[in-house]
Design a protein around this ligand. Structure first.
Ligand code: NAD
Length: 269
């Protein structure tokens, strides 16, 4: 029996890619899709919107609750306020959830965690295998290189990205802080987009966001000291790297115990 997937934001950049990814997956089937009320995609076949010739037989709706009821696992790459609503509906109807949305504030994160007390939720700012391996490497490099290396992170994304810095940048910077936790917390050390008379303080973690064009997502974290610089980079060249991770998470999370998981749990890292 295949697992029925519901895709929220099915006409978005990630949503369309997810519809295509589920189409090619042997264990998953598209069971429901929804979009923002008023979107021109509402009322259209999900495959037609995603550019697939063969109809899905699934019409994109605008009723989140109806979509949640019609599937086994929900995949949500939308916007923070939407993801929080979807999480509450999944908790109410006992459905597993994969959330890729970034830019949630602390209160929204707590609402997701509250839903995860009732149903299994995978929430990760980056679903690519490479970035999740990189998170471990960054923590290890920070721990090994230690206090004499300055840590700076630069990320670049397409011109439409709403949140800055990216959720991935924050996750990588937190991993670096975790590796050098004796130097202070992430919150004490993070410095966003340095400007003006702002010389580097010891143990700061600099985080910088660049926006332009169609860049899918680049992240470089540098460890700089007198005489050398170590750089660890990830460059995504296709959104498929995220959607392959998301469908892998959807297969993994179905049938799990309630709890908040991340992509490193899914990948067994
Ligand atoms: P997008 O704007 O192209 O797509 C979002 C879609 O959600 C839009 O089509 C919008 O109409 C829809 N939407 C808004 N309100 C809705 C509602 N109430 N009900 C149903 N649908 C609704 O954005 P995108 O580039 O696809 O990115 C979406 C999110 O995914 C962002 O937060 C982005 O940072 C994140 N993202 C995460 C990863 C990852 O690996 N975790 C990778 C890429 C992007």
């Amino acid at each position: 029996m295949s697992i029925g997937v519901g895709i929220v934001g099915a006409a978005g950049r990630m949503g369309q890619e997810l519809v295509r990814e589920v189409y090619g997956h042997e264990a998953l089937r598209l069971a429901a899709a929804c979009e923002s009320p008023g979107s021109p995609a509402v009322g259209r076949d999900a495959h037609a919107v995603a550019g697939i010739g063969e109809p899905a037989g699934v019409i994109i709706g605008d009723d989140l609750e109806a979509m949640v009821r019609a599937c086994d696992v929900v995949i949500d790459f939308t916007a923070p306020a939407v993801s929080v609503k979807v999480a509450a509906l999944c908790a109410e109807h006992g459905k597993a959830l994969v959330v890729g949305t970034t830019g949630l504030d602390a209160a929204q994160g707590e609402k997701l965690a509250a839903a995860a007390e009732r149903v299994p939720v995978v929430w990760a700012p980056n679903m690519s295998v490479g970035v999740n391996v990189l998170i471990g490497l960054v923590e290890q490099a920070a721990r090994t290189l230690g206090a004499s290396y300055d840590i700076e992170l630069v990320e670049t994304h397409h011109r439409h990205k709403k949140d800055a810095p990216s959720g991935t940048a924050l996750r990588l910077a937190r991993a670096a802080a975790e590796g050098t936790r004796e130097l202070g917390t992430f919150e004490e050390r993070a410095n966003y987009g340095r400007e003006g008379l702002d010389p580097r303080r010891p143990h700061q973690i600099g985080i910088h966001a660049v926006r332009g064009g169609d860049v899918v997502g680049d992240h470089t974290i540098s460890f700089c000291t007198d005489g050398e610089r170590v750089e660890l980079s990830h460059r995504a060249s296709s959104r498929r790297t995220f959607t392959q991770g998301a469908v892998r998470a959807a297969s993994w999370v179905h049938g799990r115990d309630a709890g908040l998981y991340d992509m490193r749990d899914v990948l067994g890292l």
